[in-house]
Design a binder for this molecule. Structure first.
Ligand SMILES: [Zn+2]
Length: 417
């Protein structure tokens, strides 16, 4: 499979860019890139809502003391920005969302009946990457993380971790992402990890149980765990063959202890919940970089910045083309018109090569309220009514399909070009 350099494509396709005056590792998103990002975020929020997650917002700053309690200060400070002095106290750009979510959990009393309590946020966090390793969207200093924390009983941990793994696999199908491997990430030598051997052993046993039950092939890797616990990592490869973690599921006994979290059990006594940290697509930046490289800019139709381009053969069909553009609004489809002022029909088809659907309107189609569709992969369909075309595209987009056409839906024979 040929992969593409997302930095070059991102600039060529007008998805994102950087400016030395903003700084290294701080990319901005251009309008078409912002559509991809927004669509991706909405997909994730919808999947999380359906899986019983509730969304929160929390600030990107916190007091230094918060990270001293969480353990980030002693185990993770190399990756954190220096603290800012502010009126006699110090605040820090957060290196993760977990401490904020632990405090949100702690702000209310919880009964065992509320568990598992699934708290999600697509939130900002910061990492003081060295400038030498920064590039495009894969290594950035300002990160938008698809994050969630599940507060649950020990008995619920395996099911929750397995549920998160299923969500990851579903999202990969919708996005057309192929993982390079699944990894059970364990601690290594050195003082980077919190010392609690029994806790590590129990969390590792639970994750092993989840991976074995999933039927997935996986490898174990020492020295790749989070400082507070082991994790399942889903790895993807970039255009240069370098591997990175996109998605993760982690079991954590450490932070519930540190933040003194509890719930009231059926016995009326206080019990400690477990935290499952999980991310379906990891950071929005790395996910977008991977999607650009994997698809070469030809995103699945539901994610494409422009889903349909309308191509009137001559000026005479411009009224029908404009009318068709308006009719795309109702089902929420993103369309553009490329009229004859943009060149020959052939040139316009080539210019729109990444757009999933190219709808040609000649005199015959205009008279019958039809379009002659071409698919991005080179297939051409017989002319069909505009209403049917839009309904079929809407169905595929709504299903987050990676197929350009539902052949089984019939009545539009396909010719290979
Ligand atoms: Zn977390």
């Amino acid at each position: 499979m040929q992969m593409h350099d997302h930095r070059r494509l991102g600039r060529e396709l007008g998805l994102f860019d950087t400016d030395p005056l903003i700084g290294a590792g701080l990319p901005y998103w251009l309008p078409d890139g912002a559509i991809v990002r927004h669509t991706l975020e909405e997909y994730i929020r919808g999947a999380e809502r359906r899986a019983g997650y509730r969304h929160v917002y929390s600030p990107v700053l916190g007091k230094r003391e918060l990270y001293e309690i969480s353990g980030h200060w002693s185990h993770y400070s190399d990756d954190m920005f220096p603290p800012m002095d502010l009126g006699g106290e110090q605040v820090v750009l957060r290196p993760s969302l977990c401490p904020h979510h632990a405090l949100i959990y702690r702000s209310r009393a919880h009964s065992y009946r509320e568990l598992p309590l699934r708290m999600a946020e697509l939130g900002g966090m910061y990492r003081s990457e060295l400038s030498g390793v920064l590039g495009g969207l894969t290594r950035v200093r300002a990160i938008q993380l698809n994050d969630a924390h599940i507060f649950c009983t020990l008995d619920q941990v395996a099911d929750e971790a397995a549920g998160a793994l299923s969500m990851i696999r579903r999202a990969y199908r919708a996005l057309g992402v192929r993982p390079s491997r699944y990894r059970l990430s364990l601690p290594g030598a050195g003082g980077k990890y919190v010392a609690a051997p029994e806790m590590w052993a129990r969390a590792t046993a639970l994750l092993t149980e989840v991976l074995d039950a999933s039927g997935l092939a996986y490898e174990t890797a020492e020295g790749e765990a989070a400082f507070y616990g082991p994790k399942i990592d889903v790895q993807v490869a970039d255009s240069a063959g370098r591997e990175a973690t996109l998605s993760t599921v982690q079991i954590d006994f450490h932070q519930p202890e540190r933040f003194d979290l509890h719930y009231i059990g059926p016995d009326g006594a206080r019990h400690r919940p477990v935290m499952v940290h999980r991310s379906i697509i990891g950071s929005v930046e790395r996910a977008a970089a991977h999607l650009i490289e994997q698809h070469g800019g030809a995103f699945p139709a539901w994610l494409a910045p422009t889903q349909l381009v309308v191509l009137p053969v001559s000026d005479a069909e411009m009224p029908q083309a404009r009318d068709l553009l308006r009719r795309c609004d109702e089902p929420g489809l993103r369309a553009e018109v490329a009229g004859p002022e943009h060149g020959s029909l052939g040139a316009r088809v080539r210019a729109a090569r990444l757009v999933p659907y190219q709808l040609v309107i000649g005199a015959r189609e205009a008279a019958r309220d039809e379009v002659a569709p071409r698919l991005r992969d080179g297939r051409r369909l017989d002319a069909l009514p505009v209403a049917e075309m839009l309904a079929r595209v809407r169905a595929l987009v709504g299903a987050h399909s990676t197929d350009l056409w539902d052949d089984a839906a019939g009545n539009a024979p396909i010719r290979e070009e």
